[in-house]
Design a binder for this molecule. Structure first.
Ligand code: ADP
Ligand code: MG
Length: 331
């Protein structure tokens, strides 16, 4: 079925939620703008991320359901990296002419699954047709206790550098999808593909860090190397990590050495968190996270600003780690 203007209104009616998680909403979908109440105890945090067909996904790598899910997930990951609680979202979509209504419903089902899980209400958006591929943009609004948003600029020499979960899985999953000509996968392959299609935003971890005196935090969208550079630049420090301490899943171990480390360092889209904490707080933080089933790894430390923003210790030797290219320094 093709999208017509009539369908657009029908479609908006279909996406309008039947109930709201947040009683702060005075006007949701249906008027010219949404209206919600704010509280003086909280700062508002706003994030936006888009997904473009051919750039962020193809029909080979993501289903409609996955696209809806992931576009909200990557925004929630930014909210997590600020230490905030997600509340509302707006969805802007440009729909290709050839898209069936069924696919559109699946996309919203994916988005709504995650929205319900995190009690996020869809309060508006925009709908148009597209002459080319699908374009989806999600804006998420969240709140964090006044003055407590967790920033990139707060790392200090002596801090422990940590990451959540395992790294490189998403890039490995994408690689499997792009290279494969089959449609049945091993358990390990399925795990890696799932990590690419359905990233889990670490909201709970960001919320724990808000209660520590000082923490620095970033989510891993562009790859660990790139995020470490951002922290080092914003905080005016250098960072040294130990390659052997980077957490890898069991599933990724089967890939050859150079690939798995390249993916872990520069693959991106893992949507785990990387940050730093004073050593005196690190053990307590780690325990709190592990109690909830999120593994935390100490991968290195923050140093006073030196010649190189990021250093990596690998097989007993220290090298500068480039922003995007692990292999650049390999001899
Ligand atoms: P307007 O012409 O005032 O911009 P629209 O017809 O674009 O109105 O939208 C009507 C209502 O539906 C608004 O509340 C808008 O926020 C909401 N809306 C439009 N598109 C979407 C979408 N893709 N997802 C969620 N809400 C949407
Ligand atoms: Mg509009």
């Amino acid at each position: 079925m093709f999208m017509s203007i009539q369908d657009e209104f029908q479609f908006i009616n279909k996406v309008r939620p039947s109930y709201l998680h947040n009683s702060t909403i005075k006007v949701g979908i249906g008027d010219d703008g949404a209206v919600y109440e704010t509280s003086s105890e909280y700062d508002q945090v706003v994030c936006q991320d888009s997904m473009v067909e051919g750039i962020h996904f193809t029909t080979k790598t993501m289903s409609a359901y996955d696209i809806g899910y992931k576009c909200l997930a990557v925004n929630l990951s930014d909210i997590a990296a600020m230490g905030a609680i997600p509340k509302y979202c707006l969805v802007s979509i440009a729909i290709p002419k050839h898209w069936a209504e069924q696919e559109l419903s699946a996309l919203y089902d994916g988005l709504k699954e995650l929205a319900n899980q995190y009690k996020v209400d869809v309060i508006g958006g925009d709908t148009t047709s597209s002459m080319s591929g699908l374009f989806l943009s999600v804006t998420v609004i969240g709140v964090v206790e006044k003055g407590r948003a967790i920033l990139r600029q707060t790392a200090q020499p002596g801090d422990v550098v940590f990451v959540t979960g395992t790294l490189g899985d998403s890039a490995a999953g994408l690689n499997i999808l792009l290279e494969s000509v089959k449609d049945t996968y091993s358990k390990d392959e399925e795990f890696l593909i799932h990590r690419h299609q359905r990233p889990v935003p670490q909201i709970g971890i960001g919320r724990k860090l808000v209660h520590f005196e000082r923490a620095c935090l970033n989510d891993i969208s562009d790859g660990l190397a790139s995020e470490l550079h951002e922290i080092a630049e914003s905080s005016q420090v250098s960072i040294r990590i130990n390659r052997d301490k980077i957490p890898l899943s069991r599933a990724i171990q089967n890939f050859d050495e150079s690939k798995k480390w390249t993916w872990a360092l520069t693959g991106g889209e893992d949507f785990e968190l990387v940050g730093s904490l004073p050593p005196s707080d690190y053990e307590l933080f780690k325990q709190q996270c592990e109690r909830e089933g999120v593994h935390i790894s100490d991968i290195g430390s923050v140093l006073p600003k030196g010649e190189h923003p990021v250093l990596i210790l690998e097989e007993g030797k220290e090298h500068p780690l480039q922003k995007g290219g692990y292999n650049h320094f390999k001899k």
